[in-house]
Every structure is written in structure tokens, then in C-alpha cells.
Design a protein around this ligand. Structure first.
Ligand code: GLC
Length: 749
């Protein structure tokens, strides 16, 4: 019986693979057949992406988005894609124009930033990653694809898989933190969610691995700044999440604004041709970032727009997002021989292939279903999933004296903070697809549990909480509001302070040199603390903050990030114990900005110290230790680890540990496994995450968790970019964070 089932499974898998291979061959044949019919201008047309006429997500071009020339270009088949056009009516209008009026009727592909949800907004990606729940993150991306495709879209510029160790950089909110192993697992989950099981289904989106590569290592955390990294960091930290997207069959890549070691990524043939299309054999297409081709002039890498277009096309950038280099100069470049037509053929073929895979040639209007649009956007089931994701993303940082969870009968509660009454900020940044003010605010969620509270806004934090394109203006002077907050706190039994950043204080173009609570919030908190120490701090922020004073003095701290549409409900359920927080940080919290970049998987250096003399790697005015480490997060319950076992089977290492719920609540725990390669041909980090399992244990219950380490986990990339596995001694730790667990060691022969 068992043998028959195995045989059936093998035959089924083989037939699936054969079907897939033949489908791909069929598409390749169609692509080549169509390519032969196309003129040079039409092939270049596929390589042109123009911004739509409704929104834009970058510096608007001088002649505006509604320029007549764009319509003319669309009708004459000189445009292959548009971005920021959504809504079935708008998509259909543009698609009909192109399909009916251009010579070959090649359908457009419609791209949009579907980053963490679309109409129903999920937690910002940094928050989602703190759930360590890959299935939940895949489901969140799946729902985002369902809603975005219902609006006519078929391509998302996500997942952003940039590793970052620098909370000053505003776009940390968009990624999965500092660790390449976790970020790779998250990247795969998100690509699978967006692309679904079959890209030709009408509720899928082609995903886009971005920004290739190194954007998260912008010097000084300043957006768009230069990036310089060595070979080991490039191969062992920055590239793995992009490789993971390839493993998940991601269909597009987006290159990065930054220079990598002096070369703008958009014009870097080592990255795009040698690694991506060569070593990794990527068969999808690469789009530039907004205007990044044109920006090679500012980089001092191209002398004019035509030169920039030539460099980008030769370097492997298949599509030009909004710099007009390709539409304006590529034909001339081919005619003069500075760009080979074969490269144009390859780029156009890649783009056509994805359009065929999406089914756009079978039915250019398959994403234009007004009934679906009406039914699926903001669907209640989607909100339920967003609530679940939000609850799993919350991280309990401190809970001295078990102040949390609150008793549902608790009376005389003070709620203080402008963010408590915010229904827009909790949506976070990069939520262009939704409508403003659609989040459940903290207060709306809270009052579902009790009316035994009074509210004071306190200081007005954001004088002008602008929008996606403009700065948030922060109040740094007007103290009015503090007195009322202090007066309320004085007469209350427990104080909940809801403080943090506005959703538009992180994201693109939002780097901060100071990582404290913005404005006068900390001052207000300290004034309140003078009259009532029974404080629960609820943080709403898009990046790690330097909350060292708060961590020292405030008894309970709940990190709630920007949790999206269901924010207020998720926080209230957690405060009152209907949700037991189980999130774990995926990015280190620094004590001060001076420690940044700070991360757990650092190199030991030759002088790790501490020693009595000054000659070791440290600060004279601050500890090396983070405020909160990678992988850290508490629960209302407690977990005990024991009985760690390490068995060396020769070709793999089995590690097991017993985890017991020793507290008073059922709860989830992320069991993490770290290794250290003690001696290698390249200095290796003091710790590297190489496995994790999120488990749920009822109180009193225990479970043995097993991990297997193979060459894949024990190897690394050497300075020639080769993956190597070297014999030697390894430490292994299994625990509740990157700093706490049981340790053992083994020898890999
Ligand atoms: C932006 C971002 C990129 C986004 C693109 C289109 O500048 O860098 O992540 O996908 O433009 O909006």
C-alpha cells in the first residue's frame, strides 16, 4: 500500500513537472513568434513603464503625468507597462486603448506598490516579520493579491527584501529586519502569497524582489546614500534573501537607487547579468526603480539621459520606470550600435514571457471584473486575517509586576497620547491602495472592552501629519496638553500612554538621525511618571527606537508598530489578555544612535574584550549591549527550556530541546536555533540564526522541538563568492532570543 502511494506521488510529481516544462516551452515559443513580428520600436516599447495619471510615488516628471505624449505613446505600442493606475474602470480604459489601437495589441502589465495589504491593510512588513509566522505572512500576501487583482492590478513591487541594521533608515519598516536567514524565509512566503499556485489565475500578482541590491546599507542610514560592502557581507547577508525569491520563482526584480561599491545598481552588469541572469539563471525581468536610470547622471556615472539608457540596457535593466531614457533614446542607441538589438530582444522577451504567464494575452481584461471589485475589497474575511496577523505581530518588551494583561474590570484608567485617537497613522507607510482613516484606532478598540477610562491627547505631536510625498511636521515646542495629561494621570489607577511615530515618519525618504520618541512625547511621559508610575507604554512606530529611559523606568511596554486596518482591535485584545503576545524582534533596538548599526550577528573582532585596559572594541561612554536583542520578545506566560541534545549523524546534526509552558496562560513561543562557526577561512559571526519553530503550548504543556543542520546551514560564501562547507568546531544555541538559550557544541567533519 505504502509503496503504491509513493509510486503514485512520484508519478504525479513527474507529470506536474513535465506539464510545467511543456507550458513554459509553449510560452517561449509564443514569445519568440511574437518577437519576430515586432519592430525595434515596439520591442523597446515593452521596456518602457510610465506612471499613470492618478497617483505617483516619486518626484513627478516636469511635464506632469497627464502629458498628451504619454497617451500617444500608449496608442502606438511604445509602452509596455504603467504603474499607479488602479480600479477596474481605469485599467480597462487604458488596456482597451492599447489593445485596440496599437498595431499588435500587446496588453499592458499594471504595476503597483502592494506592500502590506491593499484596501485591507496588514501590519507593516517589519511588524509582520516579528510574528515569525510564515503561513500567516503568506496568507497576508495572498489576500493583498486578491484585493489588488480585483482592482485590475497584476504586478506588485514587493516583497522588499533589503536587509538593514540601521534604524535611522526609514525603509526598515518595509523589510524583515537584520537577519538573512529569517528574511529569506519571509521573502519566500511573501512571493508565494503574491504569486499563488498558478500565476495565470486571475487573483495573483507577479511579485518583485527589491531593491537589488544593498539599499538597506545606505551609509549613515540616509536614504539613497552610497553603499560600500565587502564580498562576505554581499554574499552572506545581502544576496541570500534575493536568492530565496528566485527559489520561490519570483517573476520580476527591481534594481536599487544606490551605488554598490561605487557602481549604481541600475547600471551594474555584475549584479544584473553576472549574478542574477548568469549565476542564478533568472528568467524573469528587471525593472528600474523610479527614475533610477536617469539618476545615474546625478551619480556621475552617465553624462546624459541617452548615456544612462545605454548603460542601463547593457547592464541588464530590462524596463525603465519613469526616466524616459528608453522611450527617448534606445532606438537611436541600437541604430548607432551602442546597444545590441539582441539585448533588446532578450529584454522584450522576458517581459512578454511574464505577460503570457499572467494570462494577459489570453484575456487582457481578466483582471477587470467589477463584480469582484465590489465584493472583495475590504472583505470581512480579509479583516479577520488582518486582525490575526496584527495580534501575532505585537511584541511584549517589558511586563514588570505583571501589570499586563489588564483586568477587564479595571476601573479608573487613563489613556494619554495623540496616537490613541489616530485612525490613519496606524495604517503605516506604503499603503497607497487604501483609503485614509480606515484603521480601527486604539480608542475604538479599547472602548469595546470597557468605558472605565478617561482620555487626554496630551501634547499635539504632529502639527502637520502630511502624506506619502511630504514631511510630517513635529511639534517640538508647544507643551500645552502636558498639564491636562498629568492631571488625569494623578487621579487614575493605571495609565496607558500611546506614543510613537506617525506612519509617515518611516518609509521612503524618512531617515531620522534621532531615534527617540518624536517631539515632546518623552517629556510628557516623564511628567506623567512623576505622578503615577503605574504606566503601560503602548508604542506605535515603524522602526526600532532608542527608548532606554522608558525601558529603565516604565513597568510595561508593548511594541505594536503600525498594525494596519485592525490595529485598535489587536491592541485591545492583547491589553486585556484575549491575545497573548508572542512576537519576537527581527531588528535590534539600540540604546543610543551612537551604537548604530547594531545587530546580533556581528564579527567577534580581534579584541572582543572586556579587559581592564582600554584596548578592546567598545565605547568609553556606552555599553556594547543592545537595549533589546534580535529574537527578543516576552509573553504573559513563561517558557522553560531543558534537555538539549545534539546528535552528530555524520551528514547532519540533529538538535533537540524540550520547551515547557510554566506560566499561567496558553501561549506561543518562537524557538530559535543559532550556530557559531568557530574557525573558518572567512571570519564568521558570533551567532547566526539557522532554524526556528513557532510553537503553541497550553499552560503546563511541553514539547520537544527538533532541528536538523546540514551543509546548507553550516556553509557560507567565501570571498570568491563560492559556497563552501568547512570542517571544524561549531557552537550551537537553542533559545528564546539571540541572547538567551541552552548551548552545546559539535564537530563537523
Ligand atoms: C519608489 C520605491 C520603490 C517603489 C517604486 C514605485 O521610489 O523606491 O520601492 O516600488 O518607487 O512606486
Amino acid at each position: 500500500m505504502f509503496k503504491n502511494n509513493c509510486l503514485k506521488f512520484i508519478l504525479l510529481s513527474l507529470s506536474f513537472i513535465c506539464l510545467n516544462v511543456s507550458a513554459q516551452k509553449d510560452i517561449d515559443t509564443k514569445v519568440q513568434k511574437l518577437l519576430k513580428k515586432m519592430t525595434l520600436e515596439e520591442k523597446i516599447g515593452q521596456m518602457v513603464q510610465l506612471n499613470g495619471f492618478w497617483d505617483f510615488t516619486g518626484p513627478a516628471p516636469k511635464d506632469g503625468d497627464g502629458a498628451k505624449w504619454k497617451y500617444d505613446a500608449l496608442k502606438s505600442g511604445k509602452v509596455g507597462s504603467v504603474l499607479n493606475v488602479r480600479g477596474v474602470k481605469n485599467v480597462r480604459q487604458l488596456q482597451e486603448m492599447v489593445v485596440n489601437e496599437s498595431r499588435l495589441g500587446i496588453p499592458l502589465i499594471f504595476g503597483f506598490d502592494v506592500i502590506h495589504g491593499h484596501k485591507t491593510v496588514f501590519p507593516i512588513p517589519l511588524a509582520e516579520s516579528a510574528s515569525w509566522d510564515l503561513d500567516a505572512m503568506e496568507n497576508a500576501a495572498r489576500i493583498a493579491a486578491i484585493e489588488a487583482s480585483a482592482e485590475g492590478l497584476n504586478w506588485t513591487f514587493a516583497p522588499m527584501v533589503d536587509i538593514s541594521r540601521d534604524a535611522r533608515w526609514g525603509r526598515v519598516m518595509e523589510g524583515a529586519g537584520e537577519d538573512p536567514y529569517l528574511a529569506s524565509e519571509v521573502a519566500k512566503a511573501r512571493v508565494k502569497g503574491f504569486q499563488g499556485k498558478d500565476l495565470s489565475d486571475d487573483n495573483t500578482l507577479a511579485a518583485c524582489a527589491k531593491h537589488f541590491v544593498g539599499y538597506g546599507f545606505a551609509e549613515s542610514g540616509k536614504d539613497y546614500n552610497a553603499v560600500d560592502v565587502g564580498t562576505s557581507t554581499l554574499y552572506n547577508v545581502l544576496l541570500p534573501p534575493f536568492q530565496a525569491c528566485i527559489d520561490a520563482n519570483v517573476r520580476t526584480f527591481m534594481n536599487a537607487f544606490n551605488t554598490l561599491n561605487g557602481i549604481p545598481a541600475t547600471g551594474d552588469d555584475f549584479l544584473q547579468r553576472d549574478i542574477l541572469k548568469g549565476k542564478w539563471n533568472f528568467d524573469g525581468f528587471v525593472v528600474s526603480d523610479w527614475g533610477s536610470i536617469s539618476e545615474m547622471q546625478a551619480h556621475g556615472f552617465a553624462k546624459d539621459l541617452k548615456d544612462a539608457g545605454i548603460i542601463a540596457a547593457n547592464a541588464g535593466c530590462d524596463m525603465d520606470m519613469e526616466s524616459y531614457a528608453y522611450v527617448g533614446h534606445l532606438k537611436e542607441a541600437v541604430e548607432e550600435g551602442t546597444v545590441a538589438e539582441a539585448l533588446i530582444d532578450d529584454a522584450a522577451a522576458r517581459i512578454l514571457k511574464v505577460k503570457f504567464e499572467l494570462g494577459l494575452f489570453d484575456d487582457p481584461y481578466k483582471y477587470c471584473d467589477t463584480k469582484k471589485e465590489k465584493e472583495l475589497l475590504y472583505h470581512p474575511d480579509h479583516k479577520k486575517a488582518a486582525l490575526d496577523m496584527a495580534k501575532k505581530s505585537i511584541v511584549l518588551l517589558k511586563n514588570e509586576g505583571n501589570l499586563l494583561p489588564l483586568d477587564k474590570k479595571q476601573k479608573n484608567i487613563a489613556i494619554i497620547g495623540a496616537l490613541a485617537d489616530e485612525d490613519n497613522s496606524p495604517l503605516g507607510n506604503w499603503r497607497l491602495g487604501t483609503d485614509n482613516n480606515t484603521a480601527v484606532s486604539f480608542l475604538e478598540g479599547f472602548k469595546k472592552y470597557t468605558d472605565n477610562y478617561s482620555y487626554e491627547k496630551g501634547v499635539d505631536i504632529f502639527l502637520k501629519a502630511e502624506d506619502f510625498l511630504h514631511e510630517v511636521e513635529v511639534n517640538n515646542t508647544d507643551k500645552s496638553g502636558i498639564d491636562a495629561a498629568v492631571a488625569l494621570a494623578k487621579k487614575s489607577e493605571v495609565v496607558i500612554m500611546v506614543l510613537g511615530e506617525h506612519g509617515y515618519q518611516s518609509g521612503e525618504g524618512r531617515s531620522r538621525a534621532n531615534l527617540d520618541l518624536p517631539g515632546l512625547q518623552k517629556k510628557m511621559l516623564k511628567e506623567v511618571y512623576k505622578v503615577n508610575k503605574n504606566i503601560i507604554l503602548v508604542l506605535m512606530n515603524g522602526r526600532p527606537l532608542t527608548i532606554d529611559w522608558e525601558a529603565e523606568n516604565i513597568p510595561a511596554i508593548l511594541e505594536t508598530w503600525q498594525l494596519g486596518t485592525e490595529s485598535g482591535n489587536a491592541i485591545a485584545e492583547t491589553l486585556f489578555g484575549d491575545n497573548i503576545p508572542g512576537g519576537k524582534l527581527t531588528m535590534t533596538f539600540p540604546r543610543t544612535e551612537g551604537q548604530v548599526p547594531i545587530y546580533y550577528n556581528y564579527l567577534n573582532t580581534g579584541r572582543p574584550g572586556p579587559i581592564d585596559l582600554v584596548f578592546w572594541s567598545h565605547y568609553t561612554d556606552e555599553t556594547n549591549a543592545p537595549l533589546y536583542p534580535f529574537g527578543y520578545g516576552l509573553s504573559y506566560t513563561d517558557f522553560a527550556y531543558d534537555n538539549m541534545k545534539v546528535v552528530n549523524n555524520g551528514n547532519n546534526i540533529q538538535v533537540s530541546v524540550n520547551v515547557k509552558n510554566t506560566g499561567n496562560y496558553d501561549g506561543s513561543e518562537v524557538v530559535q536555533l543559532y550556530i557559531r562557526d568557530k574557525v573558518a577561512s572567512v571570519s564568521r559571526p558570533v551567532k547566526e540564526l539557522k532554524g526556528f519553530e513557532k510553537i503553541f503550548l497550553k499552560k503546563g504543556e511541553n514539547k520537544t522541538v527538533n532541528f536538523t543542520l546540514t551543509e546548507k546551514e553550516l556553509g557560507f560564501y567565501n570571498n570568491r563568492g563560492d559556497f563552501v562547507v568547512e570542517p571544524g568546531d561549531f557552537d550551537v544555541m537553542v533559545g528564546t532570543s539571540s541572547l538567551e538559550g541552552l548551548s552545546d557544541s559539535f564537530e563537523w567533519k
